[in-house]
Structures are given as structure tokens and as C-alpha cells.
Design a protein around this ligand. Structure first.
Ligand SMILES: C[S@@+](CC[C@H](N)C(=O)[O-])C[C@H]1O[C@@H](n2cnc3c(N)ncnc32)[C@H](O)[C@@H]1O
Length: 452
């Protein structure tokens, strides 16, 4: 076995272990490992990323399969052993890693840990048996239909129950399957920097297959995927990576040069950058975010796209009164993120019903204070990447009821950059990964009475 092979498995197991014990987000846990390991190559980091994402995506199914072959429970303090078992089983079951290689490597990793080395025989026995079974035998043995879905598609039961109550079994299963699928790589060509025609020519020359999306010529999909930093024009700021539904949101605000524009929850800046591209050279965005570190990353992103001077970064809490008055405001609210689980599978394990209630309250406060900072006759777009009605239409309905000076401005079929099937019966944007193949987003356009 090559040295690099050992390291990517070590990195993956250590990252999953940190997620289990410290409840770290997936990307943070991986970044920590990358910093701790010296001499890792981009390829090795890419493979470690693949193992961690896949393990977290299928975690409940892997866990249930391992449990079938455990004579005794693994104590919580053995989170590293648990992580080694999960990542090894993922590799054997989903990545076609030869069983003997996955098992031997796992045993070796556990033996190297002074605290866990006496569990190496246990790891060997459990993995030998669990790598040999069909995973379908794990979920098909679960009698309760909702628990069976939760096991098969590795989602928390509370979320499966919640979705089933609203959608029924069939649509819930489709949603769960879509949440486990690989999300496509989509770009927004940053047209202030390069024309779409020139970008397509550069991609052709680099022999990269691209598809122009039907809603907008600047929205390109790369069906084969790619390493983003190696794509043409990355360091020149020719494109931003952004899902099709996320791109639809900024289009709803339609900023105009000379107007005061607010992006109230702006970092890392995907939509602010798009607003600059839509508004043209004269547009200036006030970009607020309460997380300083995320704003710093946003500053780097804006610099890469060459629009640093058009985006004024401000670290502020948007639940509090906002300085200034704006013609148009975007609230891309903090949310549960249930519409983007296919991109961030750790989301499903990091949320719970009380967290949902908290985020709904926070969204309500942000919406109110941003609304107060919009001029009479001004426009507000409220958006989330959540599929939960509490965060979406119910949030907007409550706001409209309590603020009679605001009205919904329904989207119209035929709007530039928006597919008609993305517009729901109330005139809001609503996308669903299972039916539209894009991330799950919600957005409502709200307009303030000119006399208030
Ligand atoms: C969905 S993300 C925004 C994504 C961003 N609009 C983009 O397109 O790249 C939500 C953001 O809200 C920020 N946030 C959370 N609570 C906030 C608050 N009270 N005030 C301002 N920003 C907040 C988070 O730090 C996070 O960056």
C-alpha cells in the first residue's frame, strides 16, 4: 500500500472522529486535518474529502450495518474507533476498495492509537462481517416504514417524519434519494470580467465539457465535474461556483445603478457578487454579516472577482436596527439548509427541532429590522436554502400579516433567468432537488407601500 493511501484514510478517519466528538462541521474538521498533516497532495486531500462526505452521507446505514455484528456496544469515548469502522465500511461498500485492504488498514489505524489498540480484534471481526453483506439487508429488516426510510437514506428520523407528514411516502422517498445524490458543478460566468462566448471558447480549448442552462446563458453546468481552481479563468475571476437556484435569487432583486442596495446576510458573497454583475459598474452593495471570519473570506472572494470596491463590507448583527435606508434589500437568511443536504450532508446531523425553532425566530427578527431599513416603495427579497415551510412561506405570511405596509410582488412566468416551473402558486420561487435537479431554495419578493 502506498504511503499516500495510508494518509488519506488516516485524515478521513480523524476528521470523522472530530465530527463525532466535537460536533465540528465537515469542512472545518477536514481543514483541521489538512493543517495537521504535512506533505499532503491536492489529490490525497480530494480523496480524503470524498471518503468523509460519503461516510457522513450514508452514516446511519453504515452504523446500523456495523451494529448488526457487534457483540457489545462501542462506548462513546471510542469515537476514533467508530470513525475508523465507518470510513472503512464506506470505502469497502461504496468505493470498491478491496475488503482485505479496507479491513487491514482499519486494524492498523486502531493499533496505532494507545487508547484504542486493545480494540483491534473487535474492529477486525466487525468489519470482516459487515463488509461482506449487502447493505439492503440492513434496511429491509427494519419493520417500521419511516424508520426503514431513515436507515436506507441515512437521515434523522425527526426529519423523515416531518417530511412524510407533509408530502406522503413517495415524495419523501424521492426527496431523500435526491439529498443523497451527487450535486452537479455549476458556474455563474462573471460577465463584468469575461463574455459568455469567450468563456465557452476557453472551456472548449481546455477540453472541458460545459452545458448552457436553459434559464440563463451565463449559467453553465459541468457534467463531468472538475477541480474548480484548475478551470480556465479561476484566478482572473471569470466565474463563481453557484447552484442554479442560488443564481435565481439575486435576479429577483434586479438592482439598478445609482440605487442603495443592502445584502443583509452576505458572506461569503455569492449573491453580492451576482448583484454587482446584474447592476453593472455603477452599483454599490452594502454587505452585512455578523460573522467576521466569513466576511474576511468574502473580502478575498470579491477581490478574486475584481469587485472589492463595489461591495462595502460591514460586520453587523442584522437582528438589530440597521444604519442607512435602501432602495432594495436581500435577506439570504441563516436557515436549516435542508435544501442543500446533497452538497453538505453533515447538515442533516447538525439540525434538530429546537434548532429549527431558534432559526425561525432569528429569521423573523432579521426580516423585521431589514424591512425597517427599506425606503417607501422599496423592494425586499427574502430567501432561504431550506425546504421547511416554517422558514419560508409561513415566515413571509406572518410578516405580511404584521406589516400591512408590505405586499407580496409575485414572480411572473417568463421572468429572465427564472424557469416557470420554479414559481409556486403564490408567486414565490420554490425549487426542490428531487423534482428540479437544483438546490432547494425559497424566495419571496416583497414591496413596501410608497406612502410609508
Ligand atoms: C445563507 S448564508 C448567506 C450566503 C450568502 N448570501 C451568499 O450568497 O454567499 C447566511 C449568512 O447569514 C449570516 N448571519 C447569521 N446571523 C446573522 C445576523 N444576525 N446578522 C447578519 N448576518 C447573519 C451568517 O454568518 C451567514 O454568512
Amino acid at each position: 500500500m502506498s504511503k499516500s493511501h495510508v494518509s488519506e484514510r488516516t485524515m478521513a478517519a480523524a476528521a470523522v472522529s472530530a465530527m463525532l466528538s466535537e460536533h465540528l462541521p465537515l469542512e472545518t474538521a477536514l481543514e483541521q486535518q489538512i493543517h495537521q498533516q504535512s506533505g499532503t497532495s491536492p489529490e490525497m486531500r480530494g480523496r480524503a474529502h470524498e471518503i468523509v462526505v460519503g461516510t457522513i452521507r450514508h452514516m446511519a446505514l453504515l452504523e446500523a450495518t456495523l451494529t448488526r455484528f457487534m457483540q457489545k456496544d462501542l462506548k462513546a469515548k471510542h469515537h476514533y474507533v467508530r470513525a475508523v469502522l465507518l470510513t472503512a465500511l464506506y470505502q469497502a461498500q461504496f468505493m470498491r476498495t478491496p475488503i482485505h485492504s479496507a479491513v487491514d488498514e482499519a486494524v492498523k489505524l486502531v493499533k496505532q492509537q494507545p487508547r484504542d489498540h486493545n480494540l483491534s480484534g473487535f474492529v477486525n471481526a466487525v468489519l470482516r462481517r459487515s463488509t461482506e453483506v449487502e447493505l439492503s439487508t440492513t434496511w429491509s429488516a427494519v419493520k417500521d416504514p419511516l424508520k426503514r426510510l431513515a436507515t436506507r437514506y441515512s437521515h434523522p428520523l425527526w426529519l423523515v417524519k416531518r417530511w412524510e407528514k407533509r408530502l406522503g411516502m413517495e415524495a419523501t422517498e424521492a426527496r431523500l434519494a435526491a439529498a443523497n445524490a451527487q450535486a452537479p458543478l455549476t458556474l455563474r460566468i462573471h460577465t463584468p470580467k469575461v463574455t459568455v462566448a469567450d468563456y465557452l471558447a476557453a472551456a472548449k480549448q481546455a477540453e472541458i465539457e460545459v452545458t448552457v442552462c436553459p434559464e440563463a446563458e451565463e449559467t453553465l453546468m459541468l457534467p463531468q465535474g472538475a477541480k474548480v481552481a484548475t478551470l480556465p479563468g479561476y484566478s482572473n475571476g471569470w466565474f463563481a461556483v453557484q447552484d442554479r437556484a442560488a443564481q435565481a435569487v439575486a435576479r429577483l432583486l434586479a438592482p439598478q445603478a445609482g440605487e442603495a442596495i443592502l445584502d443583509a446576510c452576505a458572506a461569503p458573497g455569492g449573491k453580492s457578487a451576482h448583484l454587482v454583475a446584474l447592476g453593472g459598474a455603477g452599483v454599490v452593495i452594502t454587505a452585512l454579516d455578523s460573522a467576521q471570519q466569513r466576511l474576511e473570506r468574502m473580502g478575498e472572494n470579491m477581490a478574486r472577482l475584481g469587485i472589492r470596491s463595489q461591495v462595502k463590507l460591514r460586520c453587523a448583527d442584522a437582528t438589530q436596527p440597521i444604519e442607512g435606508l435602501f432602495d432594495r434589500a436581500l435577506v439570504d437568511a441563516p436557515c436549516t439548509g435542508t435544501g442543500v443536504i446533497r452538497r453538505h450532508p453533515d447538515i442533516k446531523w447538525r439540525r434538530n427541532p429546537s434548532g429549527l425553532a431558534e432559526v425561525v425566530k432569528q429569521q423573523q427578527q432579521i426580516l423585521q429590522s431589514v424591512a425597517a431599513a427599506v425606503k417607501p416603495g422599496g423592494l425586499l427579497v427574502y430567501a432561504t436554502c431550506s425546504l421547511e415551510p416554517d422558514e419560508n412561506e409561513q415566515q413571509v405570511a406572518r410578516f405580511l400579516k404584521e406589516h400591512p405596509q408590505w405586499k407580496r410582488l409575485p414572480l411572473e412566468a417568463g421572468m429572465a433567468g427564472i424557469l416557470p416551473e420554479w414559481i409556486d402558486s403564490a408567486g414565490d420561487l420554490r425549487t426542490e432537488p428531487a423534482t428540479h435537479g437544483v438546490d432547494g431554495f425559497y424566495a419571496a419578493r416583497l414591496i413596501k407601500d410608497a406612502n410609508h
